[in-house]
Design a protein around this ligand. Structure first.
Ligand SMILES: Cc1cc2nc3c(=O)[nH]c(=O)nc-3n(C[C@H](O)[C@H](O)[C@H](O)COP(=O)(O)OP(=O)(O)OC[C@H]3O[C@@H](n4cnc5c(N)ncnc54)[C@H](O)[C@@H]3O)c2cc1C
Length: 592
């Protein structure tokens, strides 16, 4: 596999030239003091170095070796503890954390780029810090000041890690039916008992303590999702003076053997009356989890993009070097026995699809990250509200579309290598295996689509949808005529999405199955339209500069490819949506 090289040029382009992020940060009080264009640049450069030099080289060996479990102890692959220490010492775990507790205080638009680099370098490695920052977000937003003081500084510093314990053997998507119990104790703590499965980083040898955030039910809890509370349960008890005490009553029963991310420990966790403390209010645990979910789900979307980027970097190098057959228009490499495969139309189709989806995904995830920053830091209530609406609407799109496109991209990357993509040596098959989980965890992509169409679009009577549609409409109306080749198809795509949205809102009134029948294809139509908006904005930032720098010429060429070859996918997807749910219910369960 080609060495990983962080796509810093494109990240800079997206942040500075497309979205003007440094200017935006200056308008957000908490950010104006801590970040400007130079700081952002320095952080991204450093992140590029550590991920490329210290983490990327462990990706293949980590996959080969995997994690091992002996008597409850989990050992990560060789080199992982050292690399994790280096990563933690650089302050990267707390890059987005509040400086009051030792975090770096950076906006999500920067930590999103860092996440991309880390996950391109190694998705399995990246999960450990990612779960830690996810746990920190919930503690920061909902825990008591005492818990925050006690746990956050060591978690941001990467000395302790975090895990999210939601799933149980019988309860994945439907967390309302979990059985883990929390019994209140006289001293204000709780005894937590139950079994959680599939817990990423539930046990490992990277840090001296692991802080589990566990969903459980109080004895008198109402049934369903309104009866779930959230608890902080440390692996090792923390004394009043901050030193480590006794081992808590919990353990790792086993780790899973799985398709990919072999270096990430996926654990069965048993809690046997383990001591914990409530985070947030009784029976409001799911709401507390939702605080981190918008960040986490965007982060999982970025994992899809990250594997796609790594796959592209290898594929483009291979396509320039591998020689097979002659170009249809006549020999190109006269001095060689055959031409490099990059001359062939189908190989170009695959490479350009990868490039267009990766760069579209990078712009889209950065756009959503900027909305998260506005929602969190703006002192203008109206701007905050609008950004919150966009985050609510676009987060399921970012999670599902970026990961679906991530898998498509890694499969194209594998295909570019032919048979060499199927064997292990070149690393392409690992990227396909690793990427696959991103469509499943953190809420399956089917559930993301239901969230988008059911809760967000139909549930808000179209209000959230309009927040996005209005922005795209105004953008098209204000764009200059030199952008017409991009804004005309963008506007047509938006009109198609408007009509599709009205169609589903209407048909859902007649038949409750219509939302679930339409949701995945609807999300994809939405995703392609959102990427078209991103590609129009990228083209706008590149147009007129194409003769100065190949980077801009490449941007414009890729934008044209996106509009010509990828955006038209919305037509067949829209036809599927319009076909409705009837054909899904022609068979009895026994007739399948
Ligand atoms: C490697 C790995 C790491 C993980 N890490 C963690 C972790 O750190 N913490 C944690 O708590 N969990 C974790 N998970 C669990 C993961 O989040 C769940 O597997 C996922 O949410 C799906 O739950 P499930 O497996 O029980 O599938 P199910 O909920 O049983 O779903 C099965 C299928 O039915 C569909 N389905 C279910 N309900 C509906 C519905 N209402 N409408 C339409 N379709 C529906 C789903 O989309 C899916 O296709 C991890 C899983 C894996 C494999």
């Amino acid at each position: 596999m080609a060495d990983y090289k962080a796509p810093l040029r494109d990240m800079r382009f997206v942040l500075n030239e497309v979205f003007g992020a440094p200017k935006l940060w200056q308008t957000l009080p908490a950010l104006a003091e801590v970040v400007d264009a130079e700081t952002a640049e320095a952080i991204l450069e450093e992140a590029g170095k550590i991920t490329a030099n210290s983490i990327a080289p462990l990706n293949r060996s980590g996959d080969e070796e995997g994690c091992s479990w002996v008597d409850g102890a989990v050992t990560t692959p060789a080199g992982y503890p050292e690399a994790y220490r280096l990563y933690a010492e650089g302050g990267w775990v707390g890059v987005g954390g509040d400086p009051a507790y030792g975090g770096m205080g950076m906006p999500k638009a920067i930590s999103a780029q860092v996440e991309e680099m880390m996950n391109s370098a190694s998705l399995a490695f990246g999960l450990y810090p990612m779960l830690t920052s996810g746990a920190c977000l919930s503690i920061y937003a909902h825990a008591s000041e005492e818990l925050k003081q006690k746990y956050l500084p060591n978690m941001y510093a990467g000395v302790w890690s975090g895990s999210m314990c939601l799933t149980e053997p019988h309860a994945g998507t439907d967390l309302g039916i979990i059985r883990t119990k929390a019994e209140p104790q006289a001293d204000g703590s709780y005894k937590v008992s139950g079994t959680k499965i599939f817990i990423t980083g539930g046990e490992h040898d990277l840090t001296e303590n692991i802080i589990h955030l566990v969903l459980a039910k109080l004895p008198d809890a109402p049934a369903g999702s309104r009866g779930i509370s959230l608890f902080l349960v440390p692996k090792v008890m923390v004394n009043e003076d901050g030193s480590l005490g006794e081992h808590n009553s919990l353990g790792c029963g086993s780790i899973e053997h799985k398709m990919g991310i072999q270096a990430s420990a996926t654990c069965v966790m048993n809690f046997d009356g383990a001591t914990g403390w409530m985070v947030g209010e009784p029976n409001k645990g799911l709401a507390a989890m939702f605080t981190m979910m918008n960040y986490e789900r965007l982060g999982v979307g970025i994992q899809g993009l990250a594997t796609g980027e790594r796959s592209y970097q290898s594929a483009i190098e291979y396509a320039r070097e591998r020689i097979q057959s002659r170009a249809p228009t006549g020999p190109v490499a006269q001095d060689k026995a055959a031409d490099p495969i990059i001359v062939h139309p189908d190989v170009r189709r695959m490479l350009l699809t990868m490039k267009a989806l990766n760069e579209g995904g990078r712009a889209f995830s950065s756009y959503v990250a900027l909305q998260l920053d506005i929602a969190k830091f703006s002192d203008d209530a109206e701007a905050r509200q609008r950004a919150e609406a966009l985050v609510a609407l676009l987060t399921p799109v970012a999670k599902a579309f970026l990961t679906d496109m991530g898998l498509e991209t890694t499969v194209h990357g594998q295909q570019v290598f032919g048979g060499h993509g199927f064997i292990r040596e070149w690393g392409q098959e690992q990227l396909v295996r690793d990427c696959r989980i991103t469509q499943i965890y953190e809420g399956t992509n089917g559930i993301q689509a239901l969230d988008l169409l059911g809760r967000k679009v139909v549930g808000s009577g179209g209000e959230l949808y309009n927040a996005f549609a209005e922005e795209v409409r105004s953008y098209c109306a204000a764009a200059g005529s030199e952008l017409g080749e991009f804004t005309a198809p963008l506007q047509a795509a938006l009109e198609n999405l408007d009509a599709l949205t009205s169609f589903v809102i209407d048909s859902a009134k007649r038949n409750p199955n219509e939302i679930g029948a339409a949701s995945v294809e609807y999300l994809h139509v939405f995703g392609y339209t959102a990427y078209a908006y991103m590609w129009a904005r990228m083209a706008e930032a590149a147009v007129g500069k194409e003769t100065q720098d190949d980077f801009y010429a490449s941007k414009l060429g890729t934008a044209r490819f996106y509009f010509a070859r990828l955006l038209p996918r919305i037509h067949s997807l829209s036809a599927s949506v319009r076909a409705g749910s009837d054909s899904l219910y022609l068979l009895e369960a026994s007739q399948f």
